[in-house]
Design a protein around this ligand. Structure first.
Ligand code: ATP
Length: 304
């Protein structure tokens, strides 16, 4: 099984409005999958569908290869932990009491692991302090610990850094990276903060108006944003031959356009190519930030 979660033409309609529209998503095992979309794009709706808080109006999804319409899905759901919108914490309880309460709810007979979880999220020292006296960052970290009761191997976090201060953001980032690297937990994290997500994500899904616009790996996205020279040539075959022979990294974009990922002298390139009956018709230098990449992808204007 390659994907922990896969959706196929998933749809959620409210009367005539499609909040999720024929959406296909693939979350590889072991990945940190960043679901990126502006306000109202459909991120929370998608997560609510996956967590069975709402029913799809069409299409389906599979978790660990088990379809949502299969009876077995109940067992598979036990392997998922989630925080949707705000973490569900009891504010009149301490951090430890919250974790013990969650252990009871999900039927973990002993409280094994509670201390370890408190340590993991940096709340070991909170003692008798009640959650209503916690900072937002502490509440969010407690939310993650609660979601981890029962040892899930897939964690879903909806906007986990919303409203956090810089230190709070760093704390959450470190917890996510640790859980992914040391415990092999796969993550689905929704956010509209692309720059922050780029510090942890291994894969991205860009969603807009309920549709999946693009799924892309971190490597490919970085490649797409990298500083490059885009040239439009008259003879793509000869150009490719020349770049291969000279070990110049490139990517063919269309039957006229090639991206070159290396500093080159454009006049020398033009002379060398002209000797091979290939003319450079246009060239430009390009480099994109992740935010720009996203804005270009969803079309800018009204969409931004
Ligand atoms: P945000 O980043 O603001 O949380 P989001 O990407 O999570 O946004 P959703 O909350 O999933 O977006 O909403 C997607 C769309 O579905 C929005 O246009 C929203 O108004 C609409 N929507 C959500 N729930 C309902 C509902 N119960 N009835 C009608 N429309 C709804």
């Amino acid at each position: 099984m390659k994907y922990i979660l896969e959706t196929t033409n998933l749809e959620k309609r409210y009367k005539n409005f499609k909040a999720i529209d024929s959406l296909n998503m693939h979350i590889p095992k072991g990945s940190i999958y960043g679901l990126i979309g502006k306000n109202g794009a459909g991120k929370t709706t998608l997560i609510r569908l996956i967590c069975a808080l709402q029913k799809p109006t069409n299409g389906y999804y599979s978790i660990y290869g088990i379809k949502n319409i299969d009876k077995q899905i109940i067992n598979v759901r036990k392997r998922i932990g989630a925080i949707i919108e705000t973490p569900s914490v009891h504010i009149e309880m301490t951090a430890r009491e919250n974790l013990m309460e969650q252990s009871k709810i999900i039927g973990v007979p002993s409280y094994d692991g509670v201390d370890e979880l408190l340590k993991l999220v940096g709340l070991s020292q909170t003692g008798k302090k009640k959650v209503h006296d916690f900072s937002l960052g502490m509440k969010q970290r407690l939310g993650i610990a609660i979601a981890l009761v029962g040892n899930p191997d897939f964690l879903i976090l909806d906007e986990p850094i919303n409203g956090l201060d810089p230190q709070g953001i760093i704390d959450i980032r470190e917890i996510i990276l640790k859980l992914n690297k040391e415990n092999g937990i796969t993550f689905l994290i929704s956010s509209h903060y692309l720059d922050e997500l780029s510090k942890v994500a291994t894969h991205y899904g860009f969603i807009n108006k309920g549709k999946m616009i693009q799924e892309i790996s971190k490597e490919k996205l970085e490649q797409n944003c990298k500083k490059r020279i885009e040239i439009k040539v008259s003879n793509i075959k000869e150009c490719v031959k020349y770049l291969e022979q000279n070990n110049i990294p490139y990517e063919v974009i269309s039957n006229e356009i090639i991206n070159i990922y290396q500093k080159i002298n454009i006049s020398e390139l033009a002379i060398s190519l002209s000797e091979r009956d290939c003319i450079i018709n246009e060239f430009r230098e390009k480099e994109e930030t992740l935010e720009n990449y996203y804005i270009n992808l969803i079309g800018g204007g009204d969409n931004v």
